[in-house]
Design a protein around this ligand. Structure first.
Ligand SMILES: Cc1cc2nc3c(=O)[nH]c(=O)nc-3n(C[C@H](O)[C@H](O)[C@H](O)COP(=O)(O)OP(=O)(O)OC[C@H]3O[C@@H](n4cnc5c(N)ncnc54)[C@H](O)[C@@H]3O)c2cc1C
Ligand SMILES: NC(=O)c1ccc[n+]([C@@H]2O[C@H](COP(=O)([O-])OP(=O)(O)OC[C@H]3O[C@@H](n4cnc5c(N)ncnc54)[C@H](O)[C@@H]3O)[C@@H](O)[C@H]2O)c1
Ligand code: SF4
Ligand code: FES
Length: 807
């Protein structure tokens, strides 16, 4: 008879154990999984990425409901086990279900540790542990501005970064005198603080919180030194507490967590524990790599038909990396100085790089790297293998960077070394998968081997391995468009062209999308590609657009909208200003603001007022919400400036009028300056024009936002017409060849200026046909405000209470 296996806890460690069991013997157990959270197994690590706006909740599901069904696993979500009768071998759930078991696995994880402060039960005081916490933070950021994170460890800093991305002001309260003191030494902790302050975080070190202030909802926090801070949200990130109450009641031996032996066996026969709720040789781990190692051992043990395994779980070497973009921090092993250890340190104050390698008995036992973490894989491998470094010159442990191309650390790795620690996948396993299955992208390796499926930190190494194994450069190899498909952006466009596809649903259907509805990544992309390929025949699908593009205005955190009328070249007149003033009075517009793009924002307009506001303004949409041309900033130029040699305003207005409603892969900004003093900041725009003696210079791929980049000089021409034609050809080339949501700054780097110059400047025929195709696309451009103002049917959308958000 099939044995019954019950798993308590539908999290990362428990389900990984089940996956390992299925790999070994899929028909061995009849499996039931109870999960307290109302979700299938998801990647908890990636909650930081969801909060930081880089992934959606759908993106982070590891095993969807189909997976359980396909593997004949009974999944009971939102129904925690409340009692275990170890003698009768039965578990009881909150909803009154009972299941008997032959083997029982506890994988109940941890709870966030909540400081028992007066006021900690107020609304707005939360942890950062699950999807619900993540959603609460996102919702709170729409209504409130100030957030406090208590705890300057990994979790606290990742939460703080996410809250900054949600446009909140963030104060981090930390008890120690430098950040991440459990993972870093003082020098690295201080450098980290400087880096994160530059990103906008405010730190309060050596601070102890006394109480949470406020009525029902948190309004502030008070510290033991008598000072206080106002806040609308408190996120506690001060460590975790293994979830062991159920195990204690069931009679299992617990200390900090459930005590297990090398085979994850508890003191009670047939009951096992794995993951954060388990304590092995005195350690309860809080990172996935060790938990997955435990899962592998447990699966092997319970599938081994009682034949004893040679080795059980021996404990893990722990290492961490902070997942905050723009910051490279790595820490591993015993990195603190002691009497028994000696350290090699490199501190480059010019480059902001700090490296420390700790050595004991001629072996590397720990490391801290800040600013440049490229040595991490090599050092980890030395620690794991216990390499004897007595024959090595110690400074060779931290090779200085020369101008020579860096050799990937995977080259020096042995076949048995893990490339992906989270999932325990070795270099040898990845190489075999690549050659045996003809894999060519990181995504394919991830699907095939699970490497890269958790924190994603190993993806650069996987890319290097692909390059090494296939001999092709894969660093820039396109990934699939999204998780719904294996097709890359380029392949989707090619299929649309070849099969004459005309609607997003048709594309998803014909190309065998995994989900009928697609997702927030693929739907807007397909919609864009369809219109780009055939602007005349293919209609726009508004349901595949994001909320701002459906409302033709920018949504604000309180649900109101911002209206930005067009002001060609940043030029306005008294008539427009009067109309804006009248509209502001009539609709109680709370804020009027001059933008960096030289126009006027009307903030705080109610959704149902939008069509009337547009009608009263009588101005055209400024596309401030669209993946299209936004603004053309101009300097005053020859009209008034004593340095001006060219008509910058005239050219700017002409460019804006020509290209105003053309869809592009991402937003496009332009600027025209009439002399090299460059008052319109042409160097940081997608297309920047600068007047010079006897003509104009065109700069491309500039960006003044997150990825600050100076534009590249593309060409120098004599006439205004040549500039307009070149921009026309370039923009069409960008429209046809960039991936959706790829800014020109990245596109230029990916494709290379030489290639672009060849097509746009040197190939006369190619240039002409690009300009022709641009003209066809331009002929379909319409002012969306005018369309809605003139169509009562379209206005009904704005009367609905909620605009459905495609997030
Ligand atoms: C935001 C965030 C970022 C992180 N980033 C990283 C990282 O970059 N790298 C890294 O290695 N680690 C990271 N971690 C830690 C990592 O996510 C955890 O170590 C890992 O998820 C623990 O897995 P687990 O299965 O033991 O516990 P969990 O994932 O907590 O799963 C346990 C599950 O059991 C359920 N449960 C509890 N009691 C019961 C019951 N009685 N009945 C039924 N179900 C129950 C819980 O609801 C939960 O769903 C991060 C954690 C967070 C919160
Ligand atoms: N990138 C990653 O690997 C990653 C990211 C997030 C979470 N995690 C894991 O999730 C778990 C939770 O993370 P964490 O950062 O909460 O735990 P942690 O133990 O690493 O850090 C908690 C921090 O809070 C500080 N602290 C404690 N009490 C405080 C108080 N009263 N006031 C202010 N600060 C206080 C501590 O000094 C410590 O630095 C850990 O197991 C961690 O490894 C890992
Ligand atoms: S860029 Fe030159 S022409 Fe234009 S405003 Fe500045 S100084 Fe005058
Ligand atoms: S190391 Fe985290 S996914 Fe590979």
């Amino acid at each position: 008879m099939t044995e019954k296996l019950v798993l308590i806890g539908n999290g990362m460690a428990g389900i990984r154990t089940v996956e390992e069991i299925l790999k070994k013997d899929a028909s061995r157990f009849q499996i039931t999984v109870f999960g307290e959270e109302p979700h299938p197994n998801y990647n908890r690590i990636m909650l930081s990425s969801v909060l930081q706006g880089d992934s959606t909740v759908d993106d982070i599901v590891l095993n969807d409901y189909n997976w359980y069904e396909e593997n004949h696993i009974e999944l009971l979500t939102g129904d925690p086990i409340v009692k275990v009768d170890a003698e009768k071998q039965v578990v009881y759930s909150q909803n009154g279900l009972e299941r008997s078991y032959d083997k029982l696995i506890f994988a109940t994880g941890s709870n966030a540790f909540m400081l028992p402060l007066p006021g900690a039960d107020k609304e707005g005081v939360i942890a950062f542990r699950n999807i619900k916490d993540c959603e609460t933070m996102i919702e709170t950021s729409k209504k409130h501005k100030k957030a406090v994170v208590i705890g300057g460890g990994l979790l606290g800093l990742e939460a703080a970064r996410g809250l900054l991305n949600l446009n909140m002001e963030v104060d981090v309260i930390h008890i120690a005198d430098f950040l991440m003191e459990r993972q870093l030494d003082e020098q690295a902790g201080k450098m980290l603080k400087t880096e994160l302050e530059a990103q906008g975080m405010r730190f309060h070190l050596k601070k102890n919180t006394k109480q949470i202030l406020g009525k029902d909802r948190v309004q502030g926090i008070e510290f033991t030194d008598g000072t206080s801070l106002e806040t609308d949200l408190v996120v506690m990130a001060v460590g975790i507490k293994p979830n062991i109450a159920l195990a204690q009641e069931a009679g299992l031996t617990t200390e900090r967590a459930i005590v297990v032996d090398d085979f994850m066996q508890t003191n009670v026969n047939q009951i096992y524990a794995v993951g954060e709720c388990a304590q092995h040789r005195g350690i309860a781990y809080g990172l996935v790599a060790p938990l997955y190692e435990q899962g592998k051992v447990l699966a092997a043990h319970i599938c081994s038909e009682n034949e004893s395994l040679e080795h059980g779980y021996q404990g893990s070497l722990v290492y961490t990396q902070l997942k905050v973009s723009g910051v490279n921090v790595f820490s591993a092993g015993h990195f603190q100085d002691s009497k028994e250890t000696k350290a090699i340190r490199v501190h480059d104050e010019f480059e902001g790089i700090y490296k420390k390698v700790v050595v004991q008995d001629n072996k590397v036992v720990g490391a801290v790297l800040f600013g440049d973490t490229s040595d991490s894989t090599r050092l980890l491998s030395m620690m794991r293998n216990g390499d004897d470094i007595s024959a090595m010159s110690k400074v060779a442990l931290l090779p200085s960077e020369s101008g020579e191309a860096q050799v990937s650390p995977v080259v020096a790795m042995a076949d048995g070394d893990n490339v992906c620690d989270c999932n325990g996948i070795s270099k040898g396993a990845i190489c075999s998968a690549i050659t045996e299955n003809g894999l060519t992208t990181v995504e394919e390796v991830k699907q095939c081997t699970t490497a890269g499926r958790s924190c994603g930190g190993c993806k650069p190494l996987i890319a290097d391995l692909l390059t090494l194994t296939t001999g092709e450069e894969v660093g820039n190899m396109p990934e699939p468009l999204c998780g719904c498909t294996e097709y890359t952006h380029e392949e989707v466009v090619a299929e649309i062209r070849e099969l004459g596809l005309s609607h997003p649903r048709e594309v998803m259907n014909v190309l065998g999308w995994e989900s009928d509805e697609g997702c927030s990544k693929c739907r807007p992309a397909i919609n864009y590609y369809l219109k780009m390929v055939d602007p005349i025949k293919n209609a726009d699908d508004p349901t595949s657009r994001f909320i701002n593009e459906r409302a033709h205005a920018n949504i604000n955190h309180n649900g109101t909208f911002t209206v930005v009328p067009r002001m060609y070249g940043g030029v306005t007149d008294s008539g427009q200003l009067r109309k804006i003033a009248d509209v502001a009075d009539k609709y109680n517009v709370p804020l009027l603001k001059i933008t960096g793009g030289q126009r006027i924002d009307l903030f705080g307009v109610e959704k149902e007022d939008l069509p009337n506001v547009w009608s009263d303004l009588g101005m055209r949409s400024g596309s401030a919400y669209a993946k299209a041309l936004r603004t053309v900033k101009t300097c005053v130029g020859e009209q008034f400036c004593r340095f001006g040699t060219q008509d910058s305003i005239g050219l700017g207005v002409e460019l804006e009028k020509k290209f105003e409603y053309i869809n592009t892969p991402h937003k496009v900004k332009m600027a025209v300056s009439a002399c090299p003093r460059n008052c319109a900041e042409s160097g940081i725009k997608d297309f920047g024009v600068v007047g010079v003696d006897g003509g104009w210079e065109l700069y491309v791929g500039g960006n003044g936002g997150v990825d600050l980049r100076g534009g590249d000089l593309f060409c120098k021409v004599k006439t205004k017409e040549e500039i307009i034609d070149t921009i026309s050809a370039f923009m069409q080339y960008y429209r046809e060849n960039a991936r959706y949501l790829e800014r020109t700054s990245h596109f230029v780097e990916r494709v290379g200026l030489d290639q672009m110059k060849q097509v746009i400047l040197e190939d006369e025929e190619g240039r002409k046909s690009l300009i022709n195709r641009m003209e066809i696309a331009l002929s379909t451009g319409k002012d969306p405000w005018k369309e809605i103002v003139e169509n009562e049917e379209l206005q009904k959308e704005f009367k609905k209470k909620q605009v459905e958000v495609l997030s």
